[in-house]
Design a protein around this ligand. Structure first.
Ligand code: GLY
Length: 231
């Protein structure tokens, strides 16, 4: 199969399927989608290359039918169903399903959620209808990873510049006295917001530039599928 992959997460409660905003992960370590596979080096939402028709098809023919099939088999699903999908020349195809939120997609999808997440969780758990609203503004996030990741890497490097910085999620850090130090392969996830994906990327990169750590690297081209029309 060829074509851009994208992630379609839905809140599911039996046959009730409530779609989330679409996102795309970047699995390769380096710019240009080069280098080894990782747990994800960045993500963004929305996805201009997935049309409303594609999204409606994926919801109806993939996500809804999957939820309905689990009900028909006597094991209804309650929770987050993650569809790893691909837009191929032959249409939308399924690569994988996960029964969980995706990472790092979630860190760019949930900031766009205008509804109260706790309300959504309670409605899904109770099997009630829920109306979920999304913010039009784009979100784009960049992983700061330890040099060497996804291979061997060192830990314990101090991270400066975090104080007062918005949009920062901790993935592999720990407290060491008064300092925050690196403690994993993927260390921080830094999200920017904007009216467009280009603005969101500029904000994310500006935030990344404020972080001071001698042992971190990041990609600079997150969102290139949407921003340069390279797919
Ligand atoms: N980003 C891929 C996953 O969560 O499985």
């Amino acid at each position: 199969l060829t074509g851009p992959e994208f992630s379609f997460m839905c809140f599911v409660s039996g046959s009730r399927v409530v779609p989330m905003a679409l996102a795309q992960d970047h699995k390769r370590a380096f710019d240009g989608d080069e280098g080894p596979n990782t747990g994800g080096m960045g993500a963004y939402s929305p996805l201009p290359f997935v049309t409303l028709e594609d999204e409606a098809y994926a919801l109806r023919e993939v996500m809804q039918r999957t939820a309905d099939a689990m009900v028909a088999e006597g094991c209804p699903f309650t929770g987050v169903l993650y569809g790893g999908l691909m837009k191929t020349p032959q249409g939308i195809k399924v690569i994988e399903f996960n029964a969980r939120f995706g990472d790092p997609e979630t860190e760019v999808v949930l900031p766009r959620l205008k509804s109260d997440l706790c309300e959504v969780f309670c409605a899904v758990a109770d099997g009630r209808d829920v109306c979920v609203e999304w913010d039009e503004r784009a979100a784009l996030g960049i992983v700061l990873a330890s040099e060497g990741y996804p291979g061997a890497y060192g830990k314990g490097f101090p991270i400066g510049g975090l104080e007062g910085l918005d949009g920062v999620y901790h993935m592999g850090t720990k407290r060491d006295g008064d300092r925050i130090v690196t403690s994993g392969g993927r260390v921080l996830f830094v999200v920017g917001r904007g009216a467009t994906l280009a603005e969101a990327r500029a904000e994310a990169l500006a935030r990344v530039a404020k972080i001071d750590c001698p042992n971190l690297f990041h990609r600079t081209d997150i969102g290139h599928c949407a921003l340069d029309d390279r797919q």
